[in-house]
Write a protein that binds this ligand. Structure first.
Ligand code: GLP
Length: 241
């Protein structure tokens, strides 16, 4: 496990964007795994800027996203699909057919739980998987206690995620009640994992994930089992290591 601690937001975003760009240059048909949230927003924008400045070619890249809110649809500005296009993919030449976000249609959720892992397998698995972490050490929408053996899961949106994000949706009652997420087993099949965390409210989760026992009570601790993990932190998130 390689831990990088950055001093400024600019360094944090550009280190992450550089790692993704390097993967794309090394393997033009790379499968890139992305995560939405405050943590990765700056990196997405930086990567969009690098794409413009360096002429990065996304024509053979496939992207997969960890999770989606059930019922969000493609055009909800808080849905994962819309945010990925807005922040990054709309600024690249990636073909729409190569963008894979779990289907947000609740009627097809069971089917998506079978099809999305099959799709990732057919692409040859994720080369570089970007991950954020929740204050409770969740990964994707895998909360403490979630079974690690699942490839894909339908989840209840947890009280901690509601507490963190309800204001964006205009109140807890307007937020979707369920989500769909890659499970820990499928996530860990990505060849390289890039875990990103910023801010003092993530410090406890980072300590538990990186130095505590490996247990489903701390979803991010599963990364201790992975042979190729890069952890990108700011000073506040690294303070308890
Ligand atoms: C959400 C997302 C995760 C994300 C995490 C952290 O639950 N499903 O993919 O990594 O929260 O979010 P943030 O970066 O906004 O703190």
């Amino acid at each position: 496990m390689k831990i990088i601690v950055t001093k400024t937001q600019q360094q944090f975003d550009s280190q992450a964007a550089t790692l993704v760009a390097r993967q794309l240059l090394e393997k033009p048909n790379a499968v890139l795994g992305f995560a939405t949230g405050n943590t990765t927003l700056g990196m997405h924008r930086q990567l969009a800027e690098m794409t413009r400045a360096l002429g990065l070619d996304w024509s053979q890249v496939h992207t997969v996203n960890l999770d989606e809110f059930l019922g969000a649809g493609h055009d909800h500005p808080l849905g994962v699909y819309w945010r990925m296009y807005d922040q990054l993919l709309g600024h690249t030449n990636i073909p729409a057919a190569n963008v894979h976000v779990p289907d947000s249609d609740p009627m097809r959720a069971e089917e998506t739980c079978r099809n999305f892992p099959a799709l990732i397998r057919s692409l040859g698995y994720v080369d570089l998987q970007v991950l954020g972490i929740g204050t409770n050490a969740h990964i994707g929408m895998n909360d403490p206690g979630a079974p690690w053996e699942a490839d894909m899961r339908i989840t209840d949106i947890s009280p901690s995620l509601v507490a963190a994000k309800a204001h964006l949706w205009g109140g807890a009652d307007k937020m979707p009640k369920k989500g769909i997420t890659m499970g820990m087993r499928l996530i860990l099949q990505g060849r390289t994992q890039l875990l990103m965390a910023r801010g003092a409210d993530k410090a406890q989760a980072i300590r538990a994930a990186l130095t505590g026992p490996v247990t489903p009570a701390v979803p991010a601790s599963a990364l201790q089992l992975h042979p190729n993990v890069i952890v990108l932190l700011d000073e506040a998130a690294s303070a308890l290591l």
